[in-house]
Structures are given as C-alpha cells and as structure tokens.
Design a protein around this ligand. Structure first.
Ligand code: SF4
Length: 438
C-alpha cells in the first residue's frame, strides 16, 4: 500500500469527526482551488476530497483547504457508534508519524492545504497513541517548519504531561466527549470513562488559563505562534436518549468551566447492527442543525440553556430556537428600535449581533429609518413582526414577504407561528465553520 492509498483510507476514516468538516467528494472544485500534490496517482483537483482535503469556512468569511486524517484507524477500543471500533471489519491502515508529517508538509509546501486535523484510533494505550501524535506534530513543526493551523486530537486517558506537550505544537486541541451522559458512555463506549475524558480537558483548561495569565495564548490561530489557542469537543446527537436540554446544558457547562472554544454536534449515523444503538432511517440532521442554532444563542446572544425550553426538553424542529422563544415570550415584544439596548435587540428574531450593533450606531448618528433598516442584514421575514420604529410597525412601510395570511400579527401568535414555520424538506449534514481567526 503506498502513501496515497494509506491517505485515502485514513482520510475517509476521519470523516465521522465533526470537529473539522468532512470532504464532500461530489462537490465541484472551486476554480481557485490549488492543484493536487505532486505524486498523487490522479492529480485532478476534483479528487482532492478523496485525499481528505476539504474547504473549511472561516468565521468572518472565506474558506481555507485543510487535510483531515487519522494516524491510524486501527483501535483497541470498541465504541459501538464508531466505524473504526475494534470489532469493525473495515480495511485498516496506519501512517508512521514521520510519513504523515512529510505528507502534510508536502501538501502545505505546494499550497494544496493551509491546515491539518489529525486524530487516531487508540494504538495500544492512550499514552502510546498520544506519543505518536505528538511525534507527528513535533516533526511537522521542527523539521519541516510548518506554521499553519494544526488541530490535534487528545486521546481520552492520555496523561497530563503528554497533553501539555501536545499543546506546544497544536494550534487547537480537542478531546471528544461524544456521549452526553455517564450512563450512555459506559453502555456504548465501555473502554472509556468520564474521568478519562474530563481529566485531559481539565489539564487543557488549566494550561490555557495559565497561558492567558502570562498573556501567552494567541488571539488568532491562523498562523502558529508557539502555543495552543484553545480546545474544542464533539457531542454525538441521537445515539443515546439524552434530550436537547441535557446536551445544551452540558455544552454550556463546557464553555463556562472548561474554556472550550467550540462544541461540535454530530448527527448519529448508524454503523452496523449493534443492539445498543438506535437505527434511524435518516440521521437526525435537523436536530443537529437546531442544536447549532441554540448553541449560538448562548455563545453570542446572551441566552441561557434553560430559557430555550418550556414544556418539552427538545427544540422544535420546524422553528428556529430564537423565534420559538420569542413566540413563547410574546409579551416582551414589539421592541422599539429607538430605545432598545443591545441585549433587547439581540433577542429579536432575525437580528444578529452585527445588525444589532449597526442599529445602535445608526440611531446614535440620527440615521435610523426604514430605508437604512432595509440595507442591514436583518431577516425581515422574522424581525418585522417583533419591532417598532418610532412607535410604528415597520410592516406599514416594509413589504412583508408574500404569503403572510390575514390576521398574522403579534396578537395572534398561533397564526404567526404557522407562517414562520420552516418546512425543511430534506435536512442535510452540516459542515460547521471552524473558529479560525476568531
Ligand atoms: S476510541 Fe472509540 S471513537 Fe475513537 S477511534 Fe476507537 S472506537 Fe472509534
């Protein structure tokens, strides 16, 4: 098996990890996409995805190509949800750390990628595996002078010393929690334990705190500056019975207590026929999408997880969580744009952080009117119902989207709810943007 056969197997094996988007092989290449690396058997840009290269959206716009790959897909653990588990009969492959480092450095030198995400199955013990991941990262940084983004997976159970060493070479590190409760973890991933996951996460959080106190944590992660800029994690949605409320409370706890920069949600895609797992006909992509929206609400909009739920512990699938909240708290609306503060504006469906700040700026400059409102990136289909401008509903000046039924007003939330429902035909998997450059 040559280097590129190994790469093909190990990049496909890495695809299930949501902490970096997965390649979409059917995707048309962008005209500006760089040529495939020299030596690839079929050097067509269209085939980059087959080698694990995918474009990652950046917060703030644009995207960059990264390589997403495992060091090995052999694993001594047997997590029931994972295609690489011990009992799976997939084709196995492994890179030597030196070879993987050379491959990544090669791709980077030719401009094919601007970042890499490396994970691995557990080869022997967590510490053995962690040593090999660190070896790969150190070779990349020290021998090849690689300075781009490098996301290194920390293996559950790895010792604190190795975790700290990994942080010296990685731009980002992550420990995947995967299952949102101890009970599910022990049932579905019996080789792991909560302690094996939370201890490395605590080590990372403590180390980040220490670096921050010394003002050593880089604010940006596009170019490596000698230290890790943060940790992320992944939660699988739908492999176990926990509700959205349980998942989001856990995520909120991780943001506030573990200095986690981003929680990724991954719709469970059933593999095999394991009786400990559900077997939905379609992975719960709609649920994954709503969890990402809810997650944004408490990261950027000041919501707490508790506010997002009332009678049910699950988010509504056909209404975004902010509109759902607004319709349950209709007495707080309409919000008057001439007097509302930032937090009130952020609670209006259809108004995001950027538009909310812009509204305050325009108001201060005496230029807030219907014409300027129309130019902002506000989703007026939603916002129009929940705001007034100088005491007047903008609906009197703005044309509502076609199809709004008669009597569709704040006073009739049930009719408004029906109008705002999103009838999504076929939910698709999400490639969330990474928080590069944030
Ligand atoms: S530890 Fe579990 S999730 Fe990770 S590769 Fe092995 S079987 Fe898969």
């Amino acid at each position: 098996m040559d280097r590129f056969d190994t790469l093909r197997i190990l990049s496909q094996a890495a695809a299930w990890d949501a902490a970096a988007p997965s390649p979409r092989i059917e995707q048309e290449p962008s005209p500006t996409q760089p040529a495939a690396p020299k030596g690839c058997p079929a050097p067509q840009v269209r085939e980059d995805a087959a080698y694990g290269i995918c474009r990652v959206k950046r917060l703030g716009g644009g995207s960059i190509p990264i390589l997403k790959v495992l060091l090995s897909n052999a694993c001594s653990y047997n997590c029931a949800y994972c295609v690489n588990r011990r009992s799976s009969n997939v084709r196995r492959a492994a890179f030597q750390p030196e070879d993987l480092a050379r491959t990544i450095a090669d791709f980077a030198a030719r401009g094919v990628i601007r970042g890499a995400f490396i994970s691995s199955g557990v080869l022997g013990t967590p510490d053995d595996t962690m040593e090999r991941l660190i070896w790969t990262a150190r070779t990349l940084r020290e021998r090849y002078g690689y300075r781009d983004y490098l996301h290194l997976k920390v293996i559950p159970g790895a010792s604190p010393d190795l975790v700290r060493r990994a942080m010296r070479y990685a731009t980002r590190v992550s420990v995947n929690i995967e299952l949102p409760s101890e009970e599910s973890l022990l049932r579905i991933a019996p080789d792991k334990s909560p302690d094996a996951i939370l201890t490395p996460m605590t080590t990372i959080a403590d180390q980040l705190r220490e670096l921050a106190e010394k003002e050593l944590v880089g604010a940006s992660s596009d170019s490596f500056s000698g230290m890790t800029a943060g940790q992320t994690t992944q939660l699988i949605v739908g492999a176990s019975p926990e509700s959205d409320a349980v998942i989001l409370r856990l995520a909120h706890h991780l943001y506030t207590r573990f200095n986690v920069r981003r929680v990724y949600y991954s719709a469970f895609r059933p593999e095999g026929t394991d009786p400990s797992l559900p077997h939905p006909a379609v992975p719960p992509y709609g649920r994954e999408f709503r969890l990402y929206q809810a997650d944004m609400l408490f990261r950027w909009y000041g919501f707490s997880p508790q506010e997002l739920f009332s009678a049910s512990e699950f988010l509504e699938e056909d209404l975004d969580p902010k509109t759902s909240w607004a319709l349950r708290n209709i007495e707080l609306f309409p919000v008057e744009l001439m007097t509302a503060d930032l937090m009130q504006l952020l609670r209006v469906p259809g108004i995001g952080p950027r538009s909310a700040r812009k509204i305050l700026e325009l108001r201060k400059a005496g230029r807030l009117n219907v014409a300027s409102l129309k130019k902002l990136r506000i989703r007026l289909k939603y916002a129009s119902w929940f705001i007034t401008l100088r005491g007047k509903a903008p609906s009197e000046d703005l044309r509502f989207p076609e199809g709004a039924p008669p009597h569709c007003t704040l006073d009739r939330p049930e009719i408004l709810r029906e109008f705002l429902r999103e009838k999504r035909q076929s939910p698709a998997p999400i490639n969330p943007e990474l928080d590069f450059f944030s």
